[in-house]
Design a protein around this ligand. Structure first.
Ligand code: FES
Length: 182
């Protein structure tokens, strides 16, 4: 492999129209930032679960992942303060004759900081006490326009059976009756 792999990204005039964009070269995806008159490039693949950083947003000096909002410095690829050990690769860039180039061989190392598992990722343990059954209806329907739903009805039959025949505690949650915050 050559020492440098300067790769033509495109015309500076065109690329500077967006402050953050995704560009790809083979299997390499880059989040390309244009800020304060200069281009910087970090990996377009988030350290968390691979979100597309180039499709995110800029918050000051940080690229914000659109999936769960982890942040990486647009120049160094380091995580936000307190999470610097979470680092995505950063690449060298240069401008020549109105064209932008990225050196694909210059990637710094990806580093991952250990994180506590999400609380939903905890092991499922059978706790003491009776079995409780929850049914979740995801039937698409608005409260203003109720209609008969076969899947709702089947869920009702199943819960009724659990309650009357098996003597289990049951609960039915209908998503259409809940209010979700954006
Ligand atoms: S994938 Fe980027 S924050 Fe989750």
């Amino acid at each position: 492999m050559p020492d440098t792999q300067w790769t033509d990204v495109g015309s500076v005039e065109e690329l500077k129209k967006k402050s953050l964009r995704e560009v790809s070269f083979g299997k390499t995806t880059i989040a390309l930032t244009h800020k304060d008159g200069a281009f910087t490039a970090i990996s377009g693949v988030c350290n968390h679960v691979g979100g597309p950083l180039g499709e995110g947003t800029l918050d000051g000096d940080y690229v914000v992942c659109p999936w769960h909002y982890w942040k990486f410095h647009h120049k160094t690829g380091q995580g936000e303060p307190g999470h610097e050990q979470d680092q995505v690769p950063a690449y060298a860039t240069k401008v020549e004759n109105g064209r932008l180039y990225i050196d694909l061989s210059s990637a710094t190392k990806r580093k991952k900081q250990p994180h506590k598992p999400h609380s939903l990722a905890r092991p499922v343990l059978r706790q003491a006490g009776p079995i409780r059954v929850v049914g979740i209806s995801t039937t698409a329907m608005t409260m203003e326009h109720p209609r008969y739903s076969t899947s709702d009805a089947m869920l009702g039959v199943a819960l009724e059976h659990a309650s009357s025949a098996l003597k289990l505690e049951t609960q039915c949650i209908k998503l259409r009756e809940l209010n979700f915050r954006p």
